[in-house]
Ligand binder design. Structure first.
Ligand code: NAP
Length: 282
């Protein structure tokens, strides 16, 4: 890598960021196109977010990713938000055009593209989404855009699922909020072809699956947004039952590809980012 007076700067802000795979993905794409650019992880404590955003602007960063816990608050320090970011009220990509910082969200598109890449058919299907945090919001939007017929949004805190289901774009009642403790959950799982884990359960190797493994059928496709660890109790239970299993690595790669496209106008071959990220995770 050559760094000189013309090198363009990109990066990711989060707290913590030491385990992020994004630098491996983005730097591989810059290298692929021979671009004079570099992408670095930057640990930004919540109390420093405003100063960090001003600093990145002052230093002329061309773009940066935003991860937990800054995806919502960062909007206060931008000049505008566009597209999915405005709808989801969360930003994971910032683009700097001539000093104007605009927030975008590529998580929904990344999820939709990863399902396409894996050949998971959503159109006309009934889907259960477990969890109602920021990632679930993006997943629900992606599933709607991919043509899901009905989405059951199952969460421990019922009010959060209700909040998402009441967004103007879902007013046709296609998103049904459900409590995890609701006795109808068993029937819901039998009605679904796809079950998505968008909870944080599984990030620790010792975490239990987010649903009773007895409810998984061989015809189910189980998608976990978690990619580190590569497999979770949820996916292991699915594999044991003969269900199809997909982890969150594809979503990570495709949201990164979309970010790269917003920054540079170029779309790198999938394998470039895919393989570089895998190396980084080893
Ligand atoms: P978040 O906003 O903090 O939401 C966490 C969700 O998990 C909430 O719905 C929460 O329920 C639920 N939850 C937490 N502990 C639980 C438990 N013990 N039992 C049942 N539910 C529990 O997090 P997020 O940003 O949406 O992220 C969710 C997951 O997606 C994380 O694992 C993250 O790593 C992953 N993710 C992956 C990608 C990717 O590119 N692959 C991108 C974004 C996120 P309550 O509402 O009841 O608290």
């Amino acid at each position: 890598m050559k760094i000189d007076g013309r090198t363009e700067f990109y990066g990711i802000i989060g707290w913590p960021v030491e385990h992020t795979a994004s630098p491996a993905l983005q730097n591989a794409a810059f290298a692929h196109f021979g671009m004079n650019a570099v992408y670095a992880p930057m640990a930004v404590a919540p109390a420093s977010l405003e100063r960090a955003a001003a600093g990145l602007r002052a230093l002329g960063f061309k773009g940066f990713n935003v991860t937990v816990p800054h995806k919502v608050r960062v909007m206060e320090y931008l000049d505008g938000v566009e597209g999915a970011a405005a709808e989801l009220k969360a930003v994971n990509v910032v683009v700097n055009r001539g000093g104007r910082l605009t927030g975008h969200n590529t998580d929904a598109e990344g999820f939709r593209m990863s399902l396409g890449h894996e050949g998971v058919e959503v159109k006309g299907g009934v889907v259960a989404v477990l969890g109602a945090g920021g990632a679930a919001r993006a997943v629900v939007r992606a599933l709607q855009q991919a043509g899901a017929a009905k989405i059951f949004l199952i969460n421990r805190t019922f009010e959060k699922a209700v909040g998402i289901s009441e967004a103007p774009q879902y007013l046709d009642g296609m998103v049904r909020p459900v409590r995890f403790s609701d006795p109808r959950v068993d029937n819901i799982f039998s009605e679904c072809s796809i079950i998505v884990n968008a909870t944080t359960l599984g990030l620790r190797k010792t975490d239990p699956p987010p649903l009773d493994p007895g409810k998984i059928r061989p015809g189910h496709t189980l998608v976990d947004l978690i990619y580190q660890p590569r497999t979770t109790a949820f996916l292991e239970a699915g594999a044991a039952k003969g269900a199809r299993t997909v982890n969150g690595y594809g979503m990570l790669v495709f949201q990164a590809m979309e970010a790269f496209r917003l920054w540079t106008g170029e779309r790198p071959p999938v394998e470039v980012m895919w393989n570089a990220g895998m190396e980084g995770l080893k």
